[in-house]
Design a protein around this ligand. Structure first.
Ligand code: NAG
Length: 350
């Protein structure tokens, strides 16, 4: 009997572990995608070319979570999303390349938000495009942004959701998508999104594009950006109204470059430094313990600006700063909890 119970427990354990981590593994990726990952990790100046031959209709799902049920979302009808409670804040999460709405980091971020706020937390699922080659997904940015802007303008005009209080949080390609969508909102319904948080916005193919093709500081009332993998998957250099450079914005501690990508290597392991931007954000929603200090020459030379030393919270608790104080440096630990555990009132030099 005892043996049967133990076997049963082991089976249950194995299954729950598997179903908790809905992250794609290298073995599930096509050779083309694995080659693109390797290419991006080794070449700063990428020779990737947009592959816009086969443009597709995009299928987007807006998945609404509320505090009363963390696990059973409502798939909104974009033409009639009346389950959104217009009296509560709207937080819109956009996943990154190769992810979907069930990816572990995205679900953790959603849960952290529901723990903190009684809000409408909406995850945009654009996985049908996100799971394709980077060079193909890139081509669909405009097309998806137009659809997203329609949704946002619709909830503004039909449900009375104040867009200037909406917070869009985008990771990787999802951060670029957030920026371009907000630009279409401006032209379509003359409204400005309140805040966009860009979690290591994608760099390859976006680097040095004009601002109208990527996330930039003009896209929302406040644009805060966390850089964790510059020169690789992440955009290099400041692009928000506040830019945060944990560990100088690249090669995060505890991350090693995965040289030989094994079949069971998960996406967060393959793109460890890139994914840290999402991990830091999740932790910040629960704690406000990441404290950045003004940095004059970030990310080239990451040292606190001792002449004008100002501390501020990175992540969810970030607030707009003056134009002259908009680059911040901080250090993190190499295992969770990643923050050094400081608070704004007891801040110390990194
Ligand atoms: C996410 O998980 C739910 C529940 O298991 C499932 O119904 C849904 O199809 C999944 N979504 C994606 C994009 O995989």
């Amino acid at each position: 009997m005892r043996v049967i119970i133990s076997v049963f427990l082991i089976i249950v354990l194995v299954f729950t572990t598997v179903s908790c981590s809905d992250d794609i593994t290298a073995g599930e990726l096509s050779k083309e995608i694995v080659d693109q990952i390797k290419h991006i990790q080794t070449h700063f100046v990428t020779s990737l070319k947009p592959d816009c031959q086969n443009m597709q209709q995009v299928q987007l799902d807006f998945i609404l979570y509320k505090q009363d049920d963390y696990d059973n979302p409502i798939i909104l009808d974009p033409g009639d999303p009346n389950e959104i409670d217009a009296d509560k804040n709207v937080i819109l999460i956009m996943h990154g390349w190769l992810q979907d709405a069930n990816s572990s980091g995205i679900i953790k971020l959603k849960n952290a938000y529901l723990d903190r706020y009684d809000a409408n937390v909406i995850i945009l699922d654009w996985s049908q495009i996100a799971k394709q080659a980077y060079t193909v997904a890139y081509c669909h940015m405009q097309r998806m942004s137009i659809q997203i802007s329609k949704f946002l303008c619709h909830i503004s005009s039909n449900l009375g959701v104040p867009l200037n209080e909406v917070h869009v949080v985008g990771y990787s390609l999802g951060a670029q998508l957030a920026g371009v969508s907000a630009q279409y909102v401006k032209s379509k319904c003359k409204k400005q999104i309140g805040r966009i948080t860009g979690l290591d916005p994608s760099g390859p193919l976006f680097q040095n594009l004009p601002e109208r093709r990527r996330l930039d500081k003009g896209d929302a009332g406040f644009v805060d950006v966390i850089h964790t993998d510059q020169m690789k998957f992440g955009y290099s250099g400041s692009t928000g109204s506040s830019d945060f450079y944990p560990n100088c914005g690249q090669a995060q501690p505890g991350c090693t470059t995965v040289k030989d990508i094994a079949d069971d290597t998960t996406l967060p392991e393959i793109m460890c430094s890139h994914h840290r931007s999402l991990d830091y954000m999740i932790e910040s929603v629960g704690s406000d313990h990441f404290i950045g200090v003004t940095c004059g020459m970030c990310p080239r030379y990451c040292r606190p600006n001792i002449i004008n030393e100002i501390y501020t919270v990175m992540g969810e608790g970030a607030t707009p700063q003056s134009r002259n104080n908009n680059k911040f440096y901080l250090t993190t630990k190499n295992v969770p909890p990643y923050s050094e555990g400081w608070t704004l009132s007891g801040a110390k030099l990194p």
